[in-house]
Write a protein that binds this ligand. Sequence first.
Ligand code: ATR
Length: 297
Amino acid sequence: MEIDGSTTIVGVIGYPIAHSLSPRMHNAAIRALGINWRYLPFQVAPENLEKAIEGMRGLAIRGLNVTVPHKQAVMRFLDWVSPEASAIGAVNTILNEGKRLSGYNTDVEGILAALQFGARLEKLPEKVVVLGAGGAARGIVYALTTVTDVKYITILNRTIPKAERLAAKMEKMAKEKTKIEGKGLDGETVRDELRETGPGGCETTHGAGLVINATPVGMYPDVDCSPIEDSSAFHPRLVLYDTIYNPKETKLMRLARSQGAKSFNGLDMLVYQGAKSLEIWTGRKSPVEVMREAVMS
Ligand code: ATR
């Protein structure tokens, strides 16, 4: 459909934004839906964030995705924030209805759908290890504690107090239904958490069944880095979900695979969070397969 006087604009704000796959993914979905919309990238430096959000009101931009580094800072410029986004402390989707701006967090839907439909984990294991304690980790731990029946979560982070604080906050929020611990991201702790050993050093079945990387370590251009360097931590009963999608196979995924663990990249999470954002803006079901194809190619 050609751009004309009634074209609706949606888009994404971030800094930098040039490598974002979202414009390609959303414009493919818009074409498939046959609507007169366009999805544009907007590079917004942190000092211009407030002006950008006022511009969204002024220009009647229908919706924006919000990415690094604005997910937290943007919240104070909105009229309403969903309970989910406010519990996580981050907004990744803004809806503009008659100049009233509402903030949502569709990363929750993104990770859950990616685990269920992408990694085909119908039932999540009892114990999950999350690497990282930043914004992405907060959304993931929130999703695991509120929607699934995962019983134990260990948050491993380079800065230990951050892991401990997040664990305490989320455990309180989960009303102690989930036991959550925060520890360091060092080789020995990682091995202990992923491979729990019983008396005499024999492996037991109490180790984690799923590990989710919520750090940016290993992302392009630092493709030779990995948050876990020791492949012996992995075992064939383990599933690794890496939220990174560039490169498509991270060093961490390679290490996991070398030990027989299944591994998945973050493309499905990107697709499902995007599909949910588009549904919030259009009120229609998103063409998930079209969106997946657009980012896979
Ligand atoms: P995001 O919103 O993408 O999660 P963030 O809030 O800045 O970004 O969090 C980044 C996470 O990746 C943090 O857990 C960070 O660890 P620290 O709390 O110790 O900073 C982790 N991280 C970033 N670079 C890292 C590195 N080189 N090694 C280990 N962890 C790293």
